[in-house]
Design a protein around this ligand. Structure first.
Ligand code: HEC
Length: 234
């Protein structure tokens, strides 16, 4: 800022300050009235029109796709991009905290008096990069494959069994390829076909060894499809 600009600004500030109104009570009263108005309109609308609450939660569902609200998609995606478990705290707590601290400290490290965007390239470019990154991650998060899906390629004749495994909730405990619970309660099934014969797999799924629930309820046809599919993984 040039010295002349600064002088001009200060004298203008002096004039405005003299004829201006004090924060208390003028601004406080104005804000309070507006607050009461908005709250009253909201209360009235919720009484008259009601609020949609969506379907009741179903604790027995196995096809539910757990998803964050859209404005958390970028964090959700960040978590997916950063795979090694050791780095997960960094992604979920570290990076957002560092960004918050940087924002809080902004007035202390950014002392540039310019306000025109192209006269402050560092701030402008960083801002744009953050927005682009968040937009990209939000898009990726919104279009990400569902956790009820197995991305591992399979032969067409095992497609049916793959669908059943993906949607029956097996991935909550087991890992198959890139999908499911890495380090979950159950063993990794990515190469289960090389370790267990088809019949043993089918028996395991039907009985549910140890803490695994029994899946006999799937019915004979689906149990066979699941066994065919898992036996093909080697
Ligand atoms: C609640 C978690 C859980 C769910 C859900 C689950 N499993 Fe399991 N599964 C386990 C555990 C734990 C074991 C190991 C049990 C043991 O040997 O004591 C296991 C074992 C198995 C085995 C035998 C593996 C081996 O090496 O012996 C197969 C096959 C299997 N599960 C398939 C499935 C399929 C298919 C589904 C979905 C239809 C499924 N599981 C759902 C926890 C689970």
């Amino acid at each position: 800022m040039k010295a002349r600009d600064k002088e001009e600004y200060l004298s203008e500030y002096e004039i405005l300050k003299k004829k201006g109104k004090s924060f208390f009570p003028y601004a406080i009263v104005k804000d309070s009235v507006m607050f009461v108005l908005v709250a009253a309109v909201l209360i009235l609308m919720s009484i008259v029109m009601g609020a949609e609450q969506g379907p009741k939660a179903d604790p027995t569902t196995t096809t539910y796709v757990p998803r964050p609200e859209w404005y958390f998609f970028f964090l959700f995606e960040l978590l997916k991009v950063i795979k090694p478990p050791a780095l997960v705290p960094l992604a979920t707590i570290g990076i957002p905290t560092i960004c918050m601290i940087l924002l809080i400290l902004l007035p202390f490290y950014d002392r540039n008096p310019e306000r025109i965007p192209w006269k402050r390239p560092v701030a402008s470019i960083s801002g744009i990069l953050v927005i682009v990154a968040m937009g990209y991650l939000t898009y990726m998060g919104a279009s990400a494959g569902s956790p009820n899906e197995i991305e591992l390629e399979t032969a067409p004749e095992f497609e049916q069994g793959k669908q059943v495994v993906a949607q029956a909730g097996c991935l909550a405990c087991h890992n198959i390829g890139e999908n499911g619970a890495e380090g979950g309660l159950g063993p990794d099934l990515t190469e289960i076909g090389a370790m267990l014969p088809r019949e043993a797999i089918k028996r395991s799924v039907a009985i549910g060894p140890g803490i695994m629930p029994s899946y006999r309820g799937l019915g004979e046809k689906k149990l066979n499809e699941v066994a065919d599919y898992l036996a093909s993984l080697d």
